[in-house]
Write a protein that binds this ligand. Structure first.
Ligand code: SF4
Length: 171
């Protein structure tokens, strides 16, 4: 059976106080269903913005050098992008092979079908939701959205069902 792969725009090591608890490595996927004005990572929207394509095992080989930092500080991997919830199969496979002492954080717009949220909700200990704005008219103005703000809020409740830490951010 062919192993799953995913495209990435980059990896950022030794991050603190920005992407979850402890020392984290930010792993940023290529691809996003949105087209926000003022996108922070426009390379994730461009076809030629892919840095590398990796399997979960290859990614593990890239990030395991910081195992000691993760375990000592309660940190781990933060999947962002782009939109990590477009890559739920990859995240599940990575979670199967990673050190179980690491924490998984997801940095997402939640602007995805609810099934994508449910697929990884039990795995991630923290969720950072890039909401931009809670006013629906402002939200529509900033984002060319595939799904409306109310679905995003409903998806937030799905995360809450699993009793995970989450907060909304305007990134
Ligand atoms: S959700 Fe994030 S990555 Fe996607 S277009 Fe908006 S700012 Fe860019």
């Amino acid at each position: 059976m062919r192993e799953t792969t995913a495209p990435f725009i980059g990896i950022g090591r030794h991050r603190m106080a920005t992407d979850g608890v402890g020392v984290t490595t930010l792993v940023a996927f290529h691809g996003c269903p949105l087209r926000c004005r003022y996108c922070l990572n426009p390379q994730c929207l461009n076809g030629d913005g892919v840095w590398r394509t990796m399997t979960p095992g290859e990614l593990y080989g890239e990030v395991e050098m910081d195992d000691l930092y993760f375990v000592a500080t309660g940190g781990g991997i933060c999947f962002g992008g782009g939109e990590p919830l477009l890559q739920t199969e990859f995240i599940r496979s990575f979670s199967d092979i990673m050190n179980p002492a690491w924490k998984l954080t997801l940095e997402t717009s939640l602007n995805v079908p609810v099934a994508s949220v449910q697929a990884v909700a039990p795995l991630a200990s923290e969720w950072i939701v890039d909401i931009k704005d809670m006013d629906a008219s402002v939200y529509r103005l900033i984002r060319v959205a595939a799904i409306c703000l109310y679905v995003v809020i409903w998806n937030g409740w799905q995360v809450r069902i699993y009793r995970k830490r989450y907060w909304f951010a305007c990134l």
